[in-house]
Design a protein around this ligand. Structure first.
Ligand code: DP6
Length: 328
């Protein structure tokens, strides 16, 4: 099944909707998964093998403004700079817009991003979520959050979780067309929870998460145990959130991230996003814990760590270099 068939199921006939004559703007925060999405059951529709659960990062995100383009081409401006038409960024976004274009309409897209991309924060998550929200406003589709989560997923899996603040769960779903694979916010709030960005390198990724997860699913023996691990971790994480048990949350998130990286290490050819400095940073976190500090990390498809903590002052003393983010 093609992406365009899902768009038709959700929106119907695109040419029924006229574009707004005024610019339409929407904001979406980026998110960090505490129980990760790693592996697809359908690559075209970004349908995941397992559910996942994330926390959104409040003011770290993307604000996207759409207006009608005066030329027969999409124009993307990212943080004030024109995105070259030959770049992969341009191609990926234009291909996404192709799914929604009525009567050869092209768009001017102005994106203001506050995501520190060099720190390994996902820009595609908030980028596609903000785009789906802005398109909904621009064409007055008036879709539900569930439907918009599905449309954001067609751009990037993790974008399905970026429509809300706080904790968000993306249900894997079982249907072939993925109409039951969307995200929903959890009711619980946890304003004391802190996230810190621990940079170890600004180098470009050697391999995209999209390619790495596919390679893992195809070749890693360890991947066979991943769905059970996620099922267990999701249950435990939800319990930790409900009970506001920080150590249980931290332990579950760290263990889940390490297990995800273990599945990649056992792929062939093997994938590792860790630099020597990443391992050194992990050891600092483990030492801090041995010294009695309640701090944990998670790691995505990059060498940098994200720290999870409650006690801001103690963390500042131990890790003065980190950038702190309050998710709420
Ligand atoms: C490690 O959502 O970027 O950050 O669906 O192929 O666009 P695509 O992948 P993407 O993968 C995110 C992987 C991860 C874990 C997570 O965010 O759950």
């Amino acid at each position: 099944m093609k992406k365009s068939a899902i768009v038709e199921k959700i929106i119907g006939n695109l040419s029924q909707y006229s574009p707004s004559q005024n610019p339409a703007t929407a904001y979406a925060p980026t998110n960090i998964a505490l129980v990760k999405y790693w592996g697809k059951r359908n690559q075209e529709l970004n349908l995941p093998v397992t559910s996942s659960l994330s926390i959104s990062l409040a003011d770290k995100g993307a604000e996207t403004t759409l207006s009608i383009s005066s030329i027969k081409q999409d124009v993307f401006i990212l943080n004030g700079k024109l995105v070259p038409a030959t770049s992969s960024f341009h191609r990926r976004l234009s291909l996404y817009l192709d799914l929604f274009r009525p009567n050869n309409l092209f768009l001017d897209v102005n994106i203001v991003s506050t995501v520190p991309i060099a720190a390994g924060l996902a820009s595609s998550a908030c980028g596609f979520a903000a785009m789906a929200l802005a398109l909904d406003k621009f064409f007055s589709w008036q879709l539900s959050s569930q439907q918009l989560s599905i449309l954001a997923r067609l751009g990037s899996g993790s974008a399905s979780r970026s429509l809300w603040s706080g904790f968000v769960e993306w249900h894997a779903g079982v249907r072939e067309d993925g109409m039951d694979s969307y995200a929903e916010p959890l009711h619980e709030k946890w304003p004391e929870l802190g996230v810190g960005l621990m940079m170890v390198s600004e180098s470009e990724k050697s391999i995209s998460s999209r390619e790495a997860m596919q390679l893992t699913i195809e070749t890693s023996e360890l991947y066979k145990s991943w769905p059970q691990k996620v099922e267990h971790d999701l249950k435990t994480l939800k319990q930790a959130i409900q009970e506001k048990n920080f150590d249980l949350l931290g332990k579950t998130a760290e263990s889940n991230a390490l297990a995800m990286h273990a599945t990649m290490l056992s792929a062939w050819p093997p994938v590792s996003y860790c630099f020597p400095e990443t391992i050194a940073a992990m050891r600092r976190v483990w030492q801090a814990r041995a010294d009695g500090l309640s701090v944990y990390f998670t790691q995505d498809a990059g060498p940098n760590l994200k720290l999870l903590f409650i006690d801001q002052d103690a963390i500042r003393q131990y890790f003065p270099e980190i950038e702190e983010i309050r998710p709420w």
